[in-house]
Each structure stands twice: as structure tokens, then as C-alpha cells.
Design a protein around this ligand. Structure first.
Ligand SMILES: [Zn+2]
Length: 254
């Protein structure tokens, strides 16, 4: 087996510059002794592979498993590649439709927003990294995390690192990246457990809401989580969330 050693130049573009030190828009040098994969070389510069959609050597596009060569000058793009490269096949697999997610333990509010929009979002506050990566891989879910190391794991195929640490901003990013507004079914899913909601008769919830006479007086339509039994109604929470969805996802709730 041949072993190369040398230096390759890798230039990151667009949304991937987020992962590079500020002000380092030019090519980054990777010195190596063995033949690293392009995945490893790119990740050694801080960019997790699920964010990489196109690797170009001149006009030739390369797979992440390809080996880095000493002569390589690579250009690396995320999903936001320029228009003249639109025709080249991407490395990021198509996400499930509608998209399904896994949110790491720090993204509880984002998970909540996604569920309110009706998207299936796996979330356990204390889940370990191993578990998150496995759930994402086995259930073909998009892993949402601000932890680069977690996104770099090889079994993770679909993933996104929200650029901001503000939950509303994260929601806007995810919403745009996965075209959520057109696929949303707001208020169809339980924010507590991710179960699907189904409509229930007022008479069926009378007893359980006996301690909330105002709710029973003012609302007629109720739904119930098919998994945990939580009861929902279009109260003030609903109106506040409707405004939120309108602002951050451009979406009119029903
Ligand atoms: Zn539930």
C-alpha cells in the first residue's frame, strides 16, 4: 500500500465558515503522514461531516471516504453551495419526509417548538451521546446538537449544528433548512412526550379537568395525547405559540 505524506489545502465556503476560526476564510493546510480520508481531514479542521454536501477537487467531486492526496486542493461546501454548482449530486442524504429529529439534552426548547409544529422529535434530557447517535442512525433521524464531536461520529448520517444558542433563532434555522413550514401540522403532537394528539369529546375530559372550571367554561374543543394522556385545548398557550410560529416559521396556525 502506498503511503503519501505531504500537505493538502482545503478551502471551506459559505455556511461551513462558521466552524472555522474567525477571519480564516482562505485555504487551510492539512499536513499528513498516512492517507487520511477526506472526512477525517475535514473534521480535523473543525467541520463535522453531516454538514458537508460537496467536496470538489477542481471540477471533480469526491466522496468523504476518498483518500486525501498531497496534491489536493479541495473546495468544501455545505447545502448553501453557489448556483453554478447546483447540478452536482450532494453528499448529504435526503432527509425523511416529513423530517424526523433527535435533539440533544441542551436543546429542550427547540425540541418543544418542533413538537408544537407537529414534527417527530426524540428528546430525553439526560440522554448520553452514544444513545443520541444510535437513535439518529437506527431511526434515520436528523441529529440536532451544538456538540461538534457528536456530529463527527461516523454513524451519524443526518445532522445539523444550530449556529445560535438562542432557541427561537435555532428554530428559525432548522425551519428554513428543512422547509418545515410546508410540512407542519401545528398542535398535532404532545410537547411533553412526542406522542400524537387525537380529538376527544368535552364529556370525556370533564372529570380530568374538574379542577379547571374556567377552561371547561371557555373551551369546547380538546385533544388528548395517545401516548401519555395529556389533555390540550386552544388556550392562551396556543395563541402565544401561534404568534411564535408566525414570526419564526412564517406559518399561520389553524
Ligand atoms: Zn404525551
Amino acid at each position: 500500500m502506498r503511503h503519501h505524506c505531504g500537505v493538502a489545502q482545503i478551502t471551506f465556503h459559505g455556511s461551513l465558515l462558521f466552524f472555522r476560526p474567525r477571519g480564516s476564510a482562505g485555504p487551510a493546510s492539512v499536513a499528513f503522514e498516512r492517507d487520511p480520508s477526506i472526512k477525517d481531514a475535514i473534521e480535523s479542521l473543525g467541520v463535522p461531516h453531516p454538514e458537508v454536501d460537496l467536496v470538489l477537487s477542481g471540477s471533480r467531486s469526491l466522496a468523504l471516504e476518498a483518500r486525501l492526496e498531497a496534491v489536493d486542493r479541495l473546495d468544501v461546501f455545505g447545502l448553501d453551495r453557489p448556483e453554478d454548482l447546483a447540478g452536482l449530486p450532494g453528499l448529504i442524504p435526503p432527509p425523511p419526509d416529513p423530517p424526523r429529529f433527535v435533539a440533544d439534552g441542551h436543546l429542550g426548547r427547540l425540541a418543544r417548538y418542533l413538537r408544537i409544529l407537529g414534527f417527530d422529535c426524540w428528546y430525553e434530557r439526560d440522554a448520553e451521546d452514544d444513545r443520541l447517535a444510535h437513535v439518529a442512525a437506527e431511526e434515520n433521524r436528523i441529529l440536532l446538537t451544538r456538540d461538534r464531536g457528536l456530529l463527527k461520529r461516523s454513524i451519524v448520517r443526518l445532522g445539523y449544528l444550530p449556529r445560535t444558542d438562542d432557541a427561537a433563532g435555532q428554530f428559525g434555522e432548522v425551519s428554513a433548512r428543512y422547509s418545515l413550514p410546508s410540512r407542519a401540522r401545528p398542535f398535532s403532537r404532545c410537547v411533553r412526550c412526542n406522542g400524537l394528539l387525537r380529538p376527544v369529546e368535552r364529556s370525556a375530559v370533564l372529570e380530568r379537568l374538574a379542577d379547571q372550571p374556567r377552561t371547561l367554561r371557555y373551551f369546547d374543543s380538546f385533544s388528548e395525547c395517545s401516548n401519555c394522556g395529556s389533555i390540550y385545548w386552544p388556550g392562551s398557550h396556543y395563541e402565544r405559540m401561534s404568534r411564535f410560529l408566525k414570526t419564526y416559521a412564517g406559518l399561520d396556525a389553524p
